[in-house]
Design a protein around this ligand. Sequence first.
Ligand SMILES: O=C(O)[C@@H](CO)OP(=O)(O)O
Length: 247
Amino acid sequence: MTYTLVLLRHGESVWNAKNLFTGWVDVDLSDKGRAEAVSAGEQLKEAGLLPDLVHTSLQRRAINTANLALDAADRHWIPVRRSWRLNERHYGALQGKDKKQTLEAYGEEQFMLWRRSFDVPPPPIDPDDEFSQAHDVRYAGLGDDAPRSECLKDVIARMLPWWESAIVPDLLEGNTVLVAAHGNSLRGIVKHLDGISDTDIAGLNIPTGMPLVYRLGKDLKPEVPGGEYLDPEAARAAAEAVANQGR
Ligand SMILES: O=C(O)[C@@H](CO)OP(=O)(O)O
């Protein structure tokens, strides 16, 4: 038995286009991002990869990407499950800041520590900051779980309970599962699936709007390490562009 998981980072957001740290700020897709989402759905349909169920974060760029992609694939009607545990990494006090200006102000080493180190979170955001989610009703029930900043290690710790309790059971029932989420929450899933080390994960970047397909064996280990992009060349170039943001 092979289980099929499709990971889809949201299409380009308006803040991706402006090169701003985004995290939990609930920005929408750009026109390019919407087109990427539609194209992702068309690619899924062409490849015969029709999701039975979709999991999304609570953020509109992922929700709208899933809706557009599933509509293009004629799968707009499938059941959906959402969780904050699939949200983007909370970028703390960097939320709303320009990536290039941050790199220039703090230097390459600090910038990369905040952006890609496994266990160094950016400084926490002030609850009254205009880009804080402290007063956002959708997170009102989180209590002490509500982050004010996260590193990738924190993302994996809050993502894994959803992976284990919601996504894995859906896969084991034989469903093709689509997960529409974010650069860093998906890096967490990939790290977990492929057993990537805390150091090597720094070099892994996920492009916007490109389906990444994992076929998993009985033990939920990937048949092809790293999974397979439906358009591998475009994905390689786009992942490199993500790696170079701020430069
Ligand atoms: O700003 C963010 O929330 C993320 C994803 O867009 O950026 P980065 O790739 O720098 O982690």
